[in-house]
Design a protein around this ligand. Structure first.
Ligand SMILES: Cc1cc2nc3c(=O)[nH]c(=O)nc-3n(C[C@H](O)[C@H](O)[C@H](O)COP(=O)(O)OP(=O)(O)OC[C@H]3O[C@@H](n4cnc5c(N)ncnc54)[C@H](O)[C@@H]3O)c2cc1C
Length: 406
């Protein structure tokens, strides 16, 4: 009998963990497994804000796929997915085509700009290693240029971050640590540098415990961050942004706007004709796309509603990793001919947001709140635990975060 072709799209949290689990649980005689990814490395999306701010080199964040995946068991295809042709059970790639019997879609997210004029053209986003590297270089270039011009351009030193959610606040925390170093390096008075966060909700980190939000804002304000809450970003121009607050429009000169206020599922999902809700596939309990017995969708491409709140679970690495466990088990069941599949039960263990490398806030099991040092240690433990799960002790030792006391 012909071996089934399992094709996994995307080597992020969801795709990599599914691959590694199937690599262990299926024999080479049982199935052919192919992993497709744009790059020949996996990156830890949850560390990209550090790369963007320049507090962590991107080589720490990226992990060559061949270091984790056994290429004697898994075919790795470095290519870009264009579309899934479900009626033909094929995946169209930029440079070819693959046929599948079982498909796993784990293509992650893209920035959502909500039609705000100028954002696509003039703002940066933190979406992958290359975006992050450009932001770091751009900030550094502007600091270097500041002294080289006769007329000082304050826009070079104003950094605007759109969105005070998780990603925006984590990025600001890293910037607040990085700016004093950059000022020293480029002989700039650090009081001249402005980090401005524009958030449409009345407070940053909407949905977080108010006490933790207050702690985060105090911590960041004490390091010079300015928060403009209840303000809508109206336009992003090449040398300024315009926001509206209390009915008034304010223009801030800046050459650096980083948009961190929204993500959507990878547009490949919509282009492929899956039925979507807010751009994501509202998956069945067994993680399959409705109407398809052979297509699993997970991570930021999947939508699952929390029955208690009635709202979708937020897109997180935590949930993508948990989903990969169910997807890998269910793919194996299909390969072995079992039609009764496992249901995914999310187990939210908590949320920890860093405020730079030496401060953090979080809520863990049973609503326990964490601040400062304890939260920082917890954040690094979460990061290290993932590395251990993905590639064992050797990967943890190579890439782990052990800088607990500084
Ligand atoms: C700065 C930042 C900080 C975050 N912090 C946290 C946190 O602390 N905790 C938490 O739980 N979550 C956090 N998140 C959210 C988390 O990173 C995402 O929810 C998670 O990465 C989703 O995993 P995924 O597997 O769906 O996609 P991803 O991890 O994004 O992986 C998608 C993969 O698909 C590849 N790909 C994309 N398009 C194509 C294509 N067309 N063809 C081929 N390959 C393609 C990409 O290169 C990538 O390797 C953070 C996000 C950001 C941006």
């Amino acid at each position: 009998m012909r071996k089934p072709n399992i094709v996994i799209l995307g080597a992020g949290y969801g795709g990599m963990m599914t691959t590694v689990k199937l690599q262990k649980s299926l024999g080479i005689n049982e199935a052919t497994i192919t992993l497709v990814n744009k790059n020949n490395y996996h990156y830890q999306t949850t560390w990209l804000h550090e790369n963007a701010a320049g507090t962590l080199h991107h080589d720490r964040t990226r992990i060559p796929i061949k270091e984790v995946v056994n290429t004697n068991k898994i075919n790795f295809v470095r290519d870009t997915v264009v579309k899934v042709k479900t009626d033909e059970k094929k995946v169209k790639l930029q440079h070819g085509e693959l046929t599948y019997d079982i498909l796993v879609v784990a293509l992650g997210f893209e920035a959502a700009t909500f039609g705000i004029p100028g954002l696509i053209e003039n703002a940066f986003t933190i979406g992958n290693i290359n975006n992050a590297r450009v932001i770091r270089e751009h900030i550094e270039y502007n600091f270097a240029m500041y002294h080289n011009e006769q007329e000082k351009n304050q826009a070079r030193l104003n950094i605007v971050v759109g969105g005070g959610g998780f990603t925006g606040v984590e990025f600001i925390g890293e910037l607040a640590n990085r700016i004093p170093e950059l000022c020293k390096e480029y002989d700039i008075d650090k009081n001249l540098v402005r980090i401005i966060n524009v958030e449409s909700s009345p407070t940053v980190l909407p949905g977080f415990d108010p006490q933790l939000v207050e702690y985060a804002m105090n911590s960041l304000e004490s390091r010079g961050v300015e928060f403009v809450t209840g303000a809508m970003l109206k336009e992003c121009k090449p040398e300024s942004i315009v926001y509206e607050k209390d009915g008034k429009q304010v223009e801030v000169p800046t050459l650096t706007t980083v948009w961190a206020a929204g993500v959507r599922a990878n547009t490949v999902v919509e282009k492929s004709g899956f039925v979507t809700n807010r751009g994501k596939v509202e998956v069945q309990k067994d993680m399959r796309a409705p109407g398809y017995n052979d297509v699993f969708v997970l991570g930021d491409c999947a939508l699952i509603t929390n029955p208690e709140s009635g709202h979708p679970y937020p897109p997180t690495a935590q949930i993508a990793i948990q989903e990969s466990q169910t997807v890998a088990q269910n793919v194996k069941k299909l390969v072995q001919g079992t039609q009764e599949l496992k249901h995914f039960e999310p187990k939210i263990l908590g949320t920890v947001a860093s405020l730079g490398h030496n401060d953090a806030i979080g809520v863990i099991l049973n609503e326990r709140k964490l601040f400062g040092f304890k939260a920082t240690v917890m954040k690094k433990m979460i990061d290290n635990r993932y590395l251990l799960k993905l590639g064992g002790l050797s990967l943890l030792m190579r890439k782990g975060k052990f800088n607990i006391f500084y």
